[in-house]
Design a protein around this ligand. Structure first.
Ligand SMILES: Cc1cc2nc3c(=O)[nH]c(=O)nc-3n(C[C@H](O)[C@H](O)[C@H](O)COP(=O)(O)O)c2cc1C
Ligand SMILES: CCCCCCC(=O)C(=O)O
Length: 382
């Protein structure tokens, strides 16, 4: 490959991933729900916010390390839970876990990973030492869920991330058109029997193929008291993923969560809802004067996107699809490259904006683009 065509941006990696994945897998990873308005809006929202740089600040040293839930991370960018990494690379979630540990990031593994939570935890040199969180879908069979929670605690996962924006699967037209399903040779590591030929898990449920993807076992009757039930099962901090309005954030605080991940599932669930960046300020306000940390995912593709989300009050951000593109590009190495690129970009944005550490990225660095509207300025002179 000539030097000039080496991938530089997340979009470059996506382009390469598209070439290496089959249409159905690429479609599954890329797509959003319905008209994909929210998928687009997640990305476009960052353009509606501008950064106001400060000059003559000593930016010779930039530090992007921070903490989440009291644990140190070397980058404010974590890995959002995404299902089925083995569709992108044979090493699947093992490669993701190794990359995350080497980078000092936080990896939140999906309930619907291809590798089991045991394998993911053991993939790194110091199992229980790396910062791994586990994303939980509460299933109709509560015994299955309770079992996952217990294992998670035993294996040294540091937090439970409960996803609440997916009572049913969003309408993903691309998947309907390609007939996407988990290919028969792949497993759902947290459920299948050890026997690879056994397509039905011990619980008697098929977890492979198209039907399994579409129907799923997620409990659509989940309500707030179920959070208390989860808290009674574990002393792990609970992060709630998918909160989208201030009242729900306040309820989450009342129910004792340690963190809120502002997310619309990467535009894959309710199409036509706002972007996560737009919603972030009201959630941050609802959590002010509490110990609850607020994170964001959705549409982060550049260092300046990370900067803007942190400026609006996110303690850290998480990325979903970019990790998949890195995995498809070159497994563990590819994920590292994605992070190297975003971390480099973030440091650069901080230097150019005139700030040197994550806690100094405050709201006075950003303004809505409309603040500089020519129309408004000229009209006021008339
Ligand atoms: C292919 C794919 C699979 C996903 N699987 C899960 C999942 O298993 N659990 C979950 O809570 N969220 C899941 N999500 C949502 C992500 O956690 C995250 O909210 C979203 O990807 C962030 O947007 P981004 O991809 O623009 O970074 C998935 C997203 C994608 C793209
Ligand atoms: C039964 C497996 C369904 C996996 C869905 C994972 C997910 O949340 C997604 O957005 O896709």
């Amino acid at each position: 490959m000539p030097v000039s065509s080496l991938p530089l941006t997340i979009d470059d990696y996506e382009e390469l991933a598209q070439k290496s994945l089959n249409a159905s897998a690429y479609g599954y990873f890329r797509s959003g729900a319905d008209s994909e308005l929210t998928l687009q809006r997640n990305k476009q929202a960052y353009d509606k916010l501008l950064i106001r740089p400060k000059v003559l600040v000593d930016v010779a040293k930039i530090d992007i390390a921070t903490t989440i839930l009291g644990q140190s991370i070397r980058t404010p960018i974590g890995i959002a839970p995404t299902a089925f990494h083995a569709l992108a690379h044979d090493d699947g979630e093992l490669a993701t876990a190794r990359a995350s540990a080497a980078l000092g990031s936080c990896y939140c593994a999906s309930t619907y990973s291809n590798y089991s939570m045991t394998d993911i935890s053991r993939a790194v040199n110091t199992p229980g030492g790396a910062l791994q969180w586990f994303q939980l879908y509460v299933e109709k069979d509560r015994a299955t869920t309770a079992n996952l929670v217990r294992q998670c605690e035993k294996l040294g996962y540091k937090a439970l991330v409960v996803t609440v924006d997916r009572p049913r699967l969003g309408r993903r037209l691309t998947d309907a058109r390609t007939g996407f399903g988990l290919p028969r040779h792949l497993r759902q590591g947290n459920f299948d029997d050890d026997d690879d030929d056994n397509k039905v898990g011990k619980d008697g449920i098929s977890r492979t193929g198209q039907g399994a993807y579409l129907t799923g076992q997620v409990d659509a009757s989940l309500t707030w008291p179920d959070l208390d039930w989860l808290r009674s099962l574990t002393s792990l901090p609970i992060v709630i993923k998918g909160i989208f309005r201030a009242e729900d954030a306040s309820l989450a605080v009342k129910h004792g969560v340690a963190g809120i991940l502002v997310s619309n599932h990467g535009g894959r669930q309710l199409d036509g809802c706002p972007s996560t960046l737009e919603v972030l300020p009201e959630i941050v306000d609802a959590c002010r004067n509490t110990n609850v940390e607020v994170y964001l995912d959705g549409g982060i593709r550049k260092g300046t996107d990370v900067f803007k989300a942190l400026a609006l009050g996110a303690k850290a951000v998480f990325i979903g699809r970019p990790v998949i593109w890195g995995l498809a590009y070159d497994g563990e190495k590819g994920v590292k490259r994605i992070f190297d690129s975003l971390n480099y970009d973030l440091r650069l944005a901080m230097a150019l904006a005139g700030t040197t550490s994550i806690d100094k990225i405050t709201s006075d660095y950003v303004v809505p683009a409309s603040y500089y509207s020519f129309e408004k300025k000229l009209a006021s002179k008339m």
